[in-house]
Design a protein. Sequence first.
Length: 295
Amino acid sequence: MSDSTASLRRQIRSADDLQSVVRTMKTLAASSIGQYEQAVRALGDYARTVELGLSVCFRGSGANVAMTGAPVEPDRGKNTSRIGGIVFGSDQGLVGQFNDVVTDYAVQSLAALTDRPRVWAVGERVHARLIDAGLPVVGRFAVPGSVAAITPLIGQILVASEVRGNRVAQLYLYYNRPASGAVYAPVSQRLLPLDDAWQRRLAALPWPTGNLPEVMGSGSATLSALIREYLFVSLFRACAESLASENASRLAAMQRADKNIDELLEALNGKFHRLRQGAIDEELFDVISGFEATL
């Protein structure tokens, strides 16, 4: 009996230690969600400024060619795909179906395109799933561990995908976005070519002050610079929302684990107390039997 109670003590102690780790991970995940959601909110004002600048440029003459992302002659002898896809996933586990959901969504969407795309994966785990799905993954990036690390990542993505050199005629984003009523939902965004309806909406935006803006210097250079900032804002937002979704998925997984450990501890403690009470009753019975034998 003592061996059984000792074994149960070890199991209870191990479950307590595991629950401590799970609750620490819950706290970190909850803290990270707030950090990335705050980054998305802070990005709103800058995104609004970029859109206002684009609205001025879009009203000018000759903007249509730059806006539509006209195709460029491909380099012969190289990968001539004009379509690029960027898929945001995770490097770490304990996120449930997070990577599977965004991979399935990206595979289905990219399969409908007319050309075989070049794909860049953000995250080791989503990278492996994209390869298993048969997509031509040409690059992989590590998932940033903080808001400060997002900006360097975006620079690496833009260089690798050759967006700055206008080498990609079509560029799509795939990532998980936080959703109300659920932890997250997969979404996509076409970055290039710029959407016609979006261009017209920006061109119709009223200027917020009475002082009308004027584009100084080369209008095409200003437009190109603003489009680069638009790409940066879009990629930054996608990355931050993906990270918020990843941590929300991890938080949900840790909450389920915490609940399961509570149930396990309740069962182990109940069994331990029953065994201990049985041992005590047995000892009392021996004492009483010995006492009665002496009478």
